[in-house]
Design a protein around this ligand. Sequence first.
Ligand SMILES: Nc1ncnc2c1ncn2[C@@H]1O[C@H](COP(=O)(O)OP(=O)(O)OP(=O)(O)O)[C@@H](O)[C@H]1O
Ligand SMILES: [Mg+2]
Length: 291
Amino acid sequence: MSSMDTSVNLQEEYNKTEIAKILNLLNEELVGLVPVKSRIREIAALLLIDKLRKNLGITAGSPGLHMSFTGSPGTGKTTVGLKMSDILFQLGYIKKGHLLTVTRDDLVGQYIGHTAPKTKEVLKKAMGGVLFIDEAYYLYKPDNERDYGSEAIEILLQVMENQRDDLVVILAGYKEPMDKFYESNPGLSSRIANHIDFPDYTVEELLKISKMMLEEQQYQLTTQAEVALTQYIAKRKEKPLFANARSVKNALDRARMRQANRIFDSRGQILTKKELVNIEAEDILQSTIFD
Ligand SMILES: Nc1ncnc2c1ncn2[C@@H]1O[C@H](COP(=O)(O)OP(=O)(O)OP(=O)(O)O)[C@@H](O)[C@H]1O
Ligand SMILES: [Mg+2]
């Protein structure tokens, strides 16, 4: 029998992994992020097919899987990084499947000779998993020619190239500084196969995220409160330091506090379950954003 006649069962292989479950969960748990989700699906498909090819003795260089996540604050970069490590583990691409989040200070030392051991220590801990470098652009300080950041980048580059079967590196940060960072470090940029951009959420998406967050904590918006929250989000979006889903999360924490306060002030009443669950419009409208 020629080797071309050998076959594998895609469905069987697919079922062996938990990948379908993870992709579905990803879809359900994360609102919006359509381009991000489709890239993840593509990566998962590539890895699965690669595995099948290997089973049949068709070899291909293992695809580089280093990634770049760019986007505004609170758009889900860290959250997706965690899911990504799950997926890569399920597909057998990484052996341990943990995610280690670091920033510049974990990699770069203050004094001469301190950076290399620091960076190597971090890389050792991350082996078999995902190294998530948050605010990666801080690694490179062009104004300071004695900066030890470039030493860390050198070591990182070598490992990204030579040990790509054992480690996936994700560089994350806000779009503009990351673009500048890559311009100054083309070697790094070109070793990253997947540049994924996280779009800002629309008001509708943020409302949907709010409802999911509340549901998780067994709270509910009244119809009026939902109107108020929609107005709140539209206003908050235009203010400085807006951080997408994180701003919404913080706003909901404050609304819960106001709800508790409101109920507390009405002491003496017998409380119903509904009253304890409901967030009312006034719990939202008391925000200073409406002043
Ligand atoms: N699409 C989404 N659906 C539901 N919840 C989300 C979504 N995106 C983000 N969140 C929630 O919003 C919060 C902030 O997300 P996350 O920390 O992943 O953002 P980030 O992009 O890493 O932000 P930063 O750039 O500031 O580090 C988390 O609590 C996360 O669960
Ligand atoms: Mg983050």
